[in-house]
Design a protein around this ligand. Structure first.
Ligand code: ADP
Length: 286
């Protein structure tokens, strides 16, 4: 971080910065812990062309979750840019290793978030999943939303990038045929949208925080599917969640269908190593 940028952040904070250090773990932006005498802050910076838009939608996601009063998110202090460097400045959350009690609280708060509903599936704006665009055009029915806003855009991107052949991509009619009976009676639920183990923090006092959201009104089991794809959530988490929002006979299958979206995103972001898993799910279901 150069001196001019650091000075800019100090002027945004209206207090001198006494120390700053890189934070590892992010795969998209650069991250820093910024210390002032009063408080510590978490700063993300990114110089890519769509970074300002990315941080604006992250801000909207954090604010939307905050407004539900269901689960904590870091307090936001600024979202802006200095020249080509976009930045997002928020409260720094000092982390601890989660206990079973912390996982239970995380599940209970997440379930409360998921009980936030709306009339339609989608969001007022498009956002991002990782660094890829994520469409959120409103749809009345979950099957239509999941096919048109989730699976088809990623399948088509994989085709354009030669990661999948035309013959490997199911038609919209086939997707509809398979998904309609699996997606009955699903109501819009506000979800985090990218709930892998790196996107929650248990604060030192045990409060669970969500970070880095890709929110929309979708199916609550999408968050459960992502949480199970890469791990990082304990048995106590799933137990406590199901005590509030039970799973049903379709859940296991739907989880695989929702994991297909994230695997397609991984295929499009990181390339061929995800092909086998994508292909297996496509063969199994479509
Ligand atoms: P990226 O968008 O680049 O993936 P993340 O938002 O995931 O970046 O953050 C990168 C790292 O910083 C992660 O390891 C995460 O745990 C940590 N982190 C994110 N937000 C905060 C915060 N508000 N306070 C403390 N650490 C944070």
């Amino acid at each position: 971080m150069n001196a001019a940028f650091l000075n800019h952040i100090a002027s945004v904070l209206n207090q001198p910065i006494i120390n700053y250090a890189p934070v590892s773990g992010g795969d998209i932006s650069e991250a820093f812990k910024i210390d002032t005498t009063a408080k510590s802050y978490f700063l993300k910076t990114n110089t890519s062309g769509h970074a300002q838009n990315m941080f604006q939608t992250e801000k909207l996601g954090l604010e939307t979750i905050k407004n539900t009063n269901t689960i904590a998110v870091p307090e936001l202090f600024a979202c802006g840019n200095l020249g080509k460097t976009a930045f997002l400045l928020m409260e720094f959350i000092g982390a601890k290793t989660p206990s079973e009690t912390n996982f239970k609280t995380l599940a209970e708060h997440l379930a409360k978030l998921h009980k936030t509903s709306a009339d339609n599936f989608g969001l007022i704006t498009n956002n991002f999943i990782g660094s890829l665009p994520q469409q959120n055009k409103f749809h009345k029915h979950w099957t239509d939303f999941y096919i048109n806003q989730r699976l088809l855009p990623q399948l088509n991107l994989a085709k354009t990038s030669n990661l999948l052949q035309d013959s490997e991509i199911p038609t919209e009619a086939r997707l509809n045929e398979v998904l309609t009976p699996l997606f009955k009676n699903i109501k819009p639920s506000l979800i985090h949208g990218d709930l892998w183990g790196g996107n929650y923090i248990i604060a030192k006092n045990g409060t669970p925080y969500l970070i880095d959201p890709a929110i929309y009104f979708g199916h609550n089991e999408v968050d459960i599917a992502m949480s199970k794809l890469l791990g990082g959530f304990s048995h106590a988490f799933y137990q406590a969640y199901q005590n509030i929002i039970p799973f049903n006979a379709f859940t296991e299958t739907r989880i695989e269908i929702y994991q297909l979206y994230y695997l397609l995103v991984h295929l499009n972001l990181f390339g061929g190593s995800y092909y086998t898993q994508v292909k297996q799910l496509l063969n199994n279901y479509f």
